[in-house]
Design a binder for this molecule. Structure first.
Ligand code: SF4
Ligand code: SF4
Length: 227
């Protein structure tokens, strides 16, 4: 556990971010700045035989992350974080690819000869996290208690919350009516990235993004059956 001694104003910064999510501003809007501190991180000795061994050594990775955090500057609402920086192709390992390890990142060894081969491969669903997982939301037990669902009151909060400017209200009504093709053709369901923002803000607790995920799956099934 890294003490937040490198970010003594963390509580105030978190308050600013929290207020922002509630469409309020405290003393100023939250700001994130990437700047170099000018300090060199402490060197962590390595005695690994191969780059693969080094990458797979979790203790070593944590020591290096701590050293980088100690030497970094966390200005305004920029928070200390650890990013393992596994390469962009790490999700290919779910399909059986091996990784090649370099100093700064990883690359997958190609396993496909033709594009058709991609369609025949099945992912290994035992893999808990892939690169496509961009965030994990951790809720307290109180926050994760089931909440009753009510009808849509046309408040428009989900429209304001959608980062890709979709219409979750209409999409939700169509999903409830199993009108999946209309969702795709007229309301751009394919652009929905299932971020969950609409569900989170909905005062009626309508599980919008969950319904959109199911609609996408249903459309996929309909298309593969028709092919
Ligand atoms: S889950 Fe889809 S519709 Fe809802 S806010 Fe995210 S992108 Fe928009
Ligand atoms: S946030 Fe919920 S209640 Fe409000 S318009 Fe969207 S679906 Fe309806």
């Amino acid at each position: 556990m890294v003490e937040l001694e490198t970010k003594p104003d963390v509580e105030r910064c978190l308050d600013r971010v929290e207020a922002w999510w509630h469409r309020e501003i405290l003393d100023r809007p939250p700001v994130t700045l990437a700047v170099r501190s000018g300090r060199e991180p402490r060197k962590i000795p390595t005695h690994h035989a191969t780059l693969r061994d080094r990458w797979m050594d979790v203790e070593y990775a944590i020591d290096c992350a701590e050293a980088r955090i100690e030497a970094a500057a966390f200005v305004a609402e920029t928070f200390p974080k650890y990013h393992p920086n596994l390469g962009p192709e790490v999700c290919a390992t779910c399909y059986g690819a091996e990784l090649e390890f370099s100093e700064g990142t990883t690359w997958s060894v190609p396993i496909l000869d033709t594009i058709g081969g991609a369609l025949r491969r099945q992912p290994d669903l035992e893999t808990p996290l892939i690169k496509g997982t961009t965030g994990v939301v951790v809720l307290t037990s109180a926050e994760s208690k089931p909440r009753p669902t009510y009808g849509c009151i046309s408040c428009g909060r989900c429209l304001d919350a959608c980062p890709v400017f979709l219409n979750p209200t209409s999409l939700g009504l169509l999903a409830q009516a199993a009108r999946f093709e209309e969702m795709e053709e007229e309301y751009h369901l394919a652009d929905c990235m299932l971020c969950g923002s609409c569900s989170y803000v909905c005062p009626s607790n309508i599980p919008l993004s969950q319904m959109f995920g199911m609609a996408k799956a249903q459309l996929y099934r309909l298309k593969t059956r028709a092919a």
